[in-house]
Design a protein around this ligand. Structure first.
Ligand SMILES: NC(=O)c1ccc[n+]([C@@H]2O[C@H](COP(=O)([O-])OP(=O)(O)OC[C@H]3O[C@@H](n4cnc5c(N)ncnc54)[C@H](O)[C@@H]3O)[C@@H](O)[C@H]2O)c1
Length: 256
């Protein structure tokens, strides 16, 4: 019960349907519920989002689904209002929604660039901006932004993804400094390679998986649960003196 009676809104958490392959948001929603929190599953995918929330409720947890496009400010206003109406407050926001665009600089179109900056940079900004008044009302809170090792290092592709994830990293520190005195902590998590619905088509390919794992000192992909535990630590009061940090969870990939 590490976050007992806290209320958490998690974006991109529709991928929590049992027994399917889950993403970070889905696994985090289950873990948060097991640790005593009330969870809001916020996603553009209504079908899986509703199912995830229902399955958590059927297992004895408290969960509801909100249809939320993180790039849309009025969706944020509605979602926060619905969270307050149902659960009375909000303590934790996890900005996790994301997509990919795997192209080098010359093959990155303006549309790809804009959509990556929209979902990662603008989505995280809007979520943070929208939730701060409610965290203030709760007497403080924790915002956890899911960036990536791609927000720290480069690669041969995914140009706009790197830029969007890098924006999350710097934005996190900016917000952390601005709201530290109000007890609102803002941190980023930087996962390495994990098999999720977003990466499955690439990481389930034997040759691609072999090539990737050869760059990981631990010699294997991470699991969504290993990422969720890092998010849980930053969301909980166990990290009460931690703000503006970047928690890398990558099996040592960026250590060399
Ligand atoms: N899987 C990895 O190896 C890896 C590594 C580092 C970082 N990440 C990041 O982790 C986060 C979660 O990804 P995942 O791998 O669990 O994949 P995922 O596909 O399971 O999760 C992404 C979720 O975001 C939702 N989403 C997409 N656009 C949205 C929007 N505009 N508004 C609201 N929701 C939206 C999707 O419906 C989906 O449920 C992403 O930000 C991703 O970039 C993933």
């Amino acid at each position: 019960m590490r976050i007992k009676d806290k209320v958490a809104l998690i974006t991109g958490s529709a991928s929590g349907v049992r027994p399917q392959l889950m993403g970070f948001g889905g696994v985090t929603a289950w873990l948060f519920s097991e640790e005593g929190a009330k969870v809001v599953i916020a996603d553009i995918n209504a079908k899986d989002g509703e199912t995830t929330a229902r399955q958590i409720r059927d297992s004895g947890g408290e969960a509801l689904f909100n249809k939320l496009d993180v790039t849309n400010e009025s969706d944020w206003i509605k979602s926060i209002k619905s969270t307050i109406t149902s659960f009375g407050k909000i303590d934790i926001l996890v900005n996790n929604a994301g997509t990919t665009a795997r192209e080098n600089v010359e093959n990155t179109t303006i549309e790809m660039w804009d959509s990556q900056m929209e979902i990662h940079a603008k989505g995280t900004f809007l979520g943070t901006k929208s939730v701060i008044p409610e965290l203030r009302r709760s007497g403080g809170g924790s915002i956890v932004n899911v960036s990536s090792i791609a927000g720290i290092i480069g690669s041969h592709s995914s140009t706009a993804y790197h830029a969007g994830k890098g924006a999350i990293r710097a934005f996190t520190k900016s917000a952390a400094v601005q709201y530290a005195s109000e007890g609102i902590r803002v941190n980023s998590v930087h996962p390495g390679y994990v098999d999720t619905p977003m990466t499955h088509n690439v990481f389930s390919d034997h040759n691609q998986a072999k090539q990737r794992t050869s760059t990981i000192p631990m010699g294997r992909f991470g699991t969504a649960k290993e990422i969720a535990y890092a998010i849980l630590y930053l969301a909980s009061d166990e990290s009460s003196y931690v703000t503006g940090t970047e928690l890398i969870v990558d099996g040592g990939t960026t250590a060399h």
